[in-house]
Design a protein around this ligand. Structure first.
Ligand SMILES: C[S@@+](CC[C@H](N)C(=O)[O-])C[C@H]1O[C@@H](n2cnc3c(N)ncnc32)[C@H](O)[C@@H]1O
Length: 284
């Protein structure tokens, strides 16, 4: 079964057969300094902040906690944590390119590569990262660093996608269905070519347990996507942000236009890809 297409084999048009072998020099697939970055972070916050903050609240995070937000992007979660931990709390927000993280009291911003730069072993109460480890081939080593950054009993919360289940439920016609499926397949390939593992969400809980975390609690989230929903807005955004990478996987401009049109069609409905929100604790 072709999971990337929700079980339906891709018929014409199909992508040319290209290698998905990651390019070691490719690095992170998106660009936090490019013209699309702000819109990407707006879409991410709109689609996923409610899920993320509801789960974070469940840890009991409150005034005085010390928190670490890795790959903070546009900083919406770091800002939420700073508000939540005041007074007396401290939030350190890191990113390769941290310029889009707003400054506010209680929030320290650090340009930092979680793979290579030293991380303070500061006894954080809570570490959070959303849609970051999926992009990092060295994700198991990163997990061990996050472990070291936590105090005994501290919480790690990760959110990661599995993009291999996102079937079309209603499409205006077969051609529209195929255009959307082609885009999703090309996107997964483009992410893999940049070193990401876009299905890592399904492995995240096992990886956390293997790293020594206890009380590991994975919660999958799947919602309907239709025109105007924040998740589909994010997909539309990807057609811009990843345009060249999608072409490199063999999509044509016409195919991309067709995919964009179907995502705006009022009769279109898909199941979202799965977002796994996974919590665990460092043993006391
Ligand atoms: C898909 S965005 C997610 C942003 C934010 N966590 C969110 O969910 O809204 C991934 C973020 O991870 C950052 N990132 C990628 N590789 C990184 C690394 N090695 N160290 C630190 N940040 C990294 C990127 O710059 C980007 O801001």
């Amino acid at each position: 079964m072709n999971l990337a297409t929700g079980g339906a084999a891709l018929t014409a048009p199909a992508l040319p057969d290209r290698s998905e072998v990651p390019d070691p020099g490719a690095g992170y697939a998106f660009d936090n300094h490019g013209p699309h970055a702000q819109e990407q972070h707006r879409c991410l916050a709109s689609a996923y902040d409610p899920v993320t903050t509801a789960r974070l609240a469940g840890t009991g995070v409150t005034a005085g906690w010390h928190c670490l937000e890795i790959g903070a992007g546009g900083g919406s979660i770091a800002s939420w944590l700073a508000e939540r931990t005041a007074p007396g709390g401290r939030v350190l927000a890191t990113d390769l390119k941290p310029e889009l993280i707003p400054s506010r009291p209680g929030l320290e911003v650090l340009r930092h590569d979680i793979v290579h730069d030293p991380l303070p072993e500061a006894g954080f109460d809570l570490v959070h990262a959303r849609l970051v480890l999926t992009h990092i081939p060295e994700r198991e080593a990163v997990l061990r660093r996050l472990w070291s950054a936590l105090r005994p009993g501290g919480w790690l919360q990760l959110e990661e996608f599995d993009v291999e289940y996102a079937p079309v439920l209603l499409a205006p016609d077969r051609r529209a269905r195929e255009a959307y499926q082609l885009f999703q397949t090309a996107k997964a390939r483009a992410l893999r070519a940049a070193g990401a593992e876009p299905a890592w969400g399904r492995s995240c809980a096992e990886a956390m347990r293997a790293a020594g975390f206890v009380e590991v609690d994975p919660v999958p989230q799947l919602v309907p996507w239709d025109a105007g929903s924040p998740g589909l807005q994010l997909q539309l955004h990807h057609t811009d942000h990843l345009r060249e990478a999608l072409f490199a996987q063999g999509m044509t401009a016409d195919q991309l236009d067709e995919a964009r049109a179907v995502m705006r069609h009022p009769g279109f409905r898909a199941a979202s890809c799965v977002l796994y929100s996974v919590q665990g604790r460092k043993p006391e």
